[in-house]
Design a protein around this ligand. Sequence first.
Ligand code: ADP
Ligand code: MG
Length: 450
Amino acid sequence: MDNQHLWHSVINSLERKFSKTNLITWFQDVDIKQQKDNQVTIAVPNIFVKEWLHNKFEKDLLKTFQNFSPDIQNIKYVISKSSGHLDLRRSKNNKAQTLIDDISQPQIEFYQNRISGLNPKYTFQNFIVGQFNQLAHACALSILKKAGSINPLFVYSGVGLGKTHILEAIGNETINERKKKKVKYIPCPNFTSQIINAIRNQGIEKVVDVYSNFDVLIVDDIEFLAGKERTQEVFFRVFNNIKENDKQIILSSDRPPHSIENLEERLRSRFEGGMIADISFPDYEERLAILEEKIEERGGILPQEILEFIAKNIKKNIRELEGALTKALIIFEQERSFEKVKNALENIILEPRKKLSADKIIQTVCDFYNISQREILSKTRKKEVVLPRQTIMYLLREEINLSLPSIGVKIGNKDHTTVGYACEKIEDKIKKDGEFIKDIEVLKERIYST
Ligand code: ADP
Ligand code: MG
């Protein structure tokens, strides 16, 4: 892969792991100089950046390079004025704020097996099963018993509810049981960038060949296929080959197949042809069980009342549950006081509620249905616009209790009777249309996730 292209791929991957501010601060003036003898040389603007990359990012950076170019064994830094050519400079940044962001962000664990792409920390032993994820778990067991028994398995849920965990656990367990099985785990954006490379290098046939030969192929966050026509084409071929050979395909997404925009019909129907398992929210007891598992894993100690406090207050996202636990452990160790922990957590707990604004609802629905705010606010009665518009009105009333007239104003000066009618329409649809209920659930999850 040529330098520029390799660098683009690396940055793309990093973008999924680090905040935008972080990337801008540390990578905007960085560039690849050369790849030679298993070493990649990167040019950095000054010693400060060099130290940071070396001390804080090197492990992640190297792993990411290796994902695209497995021969690379180490990274060399040279200070040079040549500035990066990546368009990371969309917003002004502030180094002090970035440092704070960086420290307060949990360090991303980034261990991956180079061949399978699997992270061994995701296992069934540390995966709590409850009603909320029972179906996905049962499907996973069935696949472990007999690969190809459910094809594909399509798992979907909101963020932080265990999709990646269960997908990787299936992969890890498959390898544990039979070392010879060829398992591949890949996030969809990485798959897409491989396809783009392959198109440039006339290597598509090879990619199809390699991917068709896995015993278990796991593609995470498949919603990223939306609108990527060539990738969809290639994936379709891979999918058919694997399925014909009775090998296993496992996919995850943040939404059910019918809600993925710009997905070829033939792929959608393939995705719907196996088993679709959604993961919902854990209930109180399940959240407590998860916290107990996590605390045991970390070997920490917290009074039961603190665990209960966390379980009671964080409901929608297991990653946030873990974040709160980490914070509680640190503060409790220093202060030995439930009150102090409670105060510290109050910020995390209250924040998402405070942030919920009409704009967030409008933007979330627009993104989901892939239409612009301008169309929502316009007078058009096109079917593609009317449903999202009505959905927004409904959510504004249900989730932030806005009055009908003020909803009307927000939505492009519509009359309050129009708003009332819209809310009734949606309530009606929720009662009758099973698929739509799921869309509403997905939307609510997104509205409340930060
Ligand atoms: P998603 O892919 O749906 O965004 P992840 O799989 O990354 O979510 O899960 C987020 C975090 O929550 C991970 O650290 C994962 O280990 C943890 N987690 C999710 N589900 C469970 C579960 N059922 N039991 C234990 N930990 C879980
Ligand atoms: Mg995930």
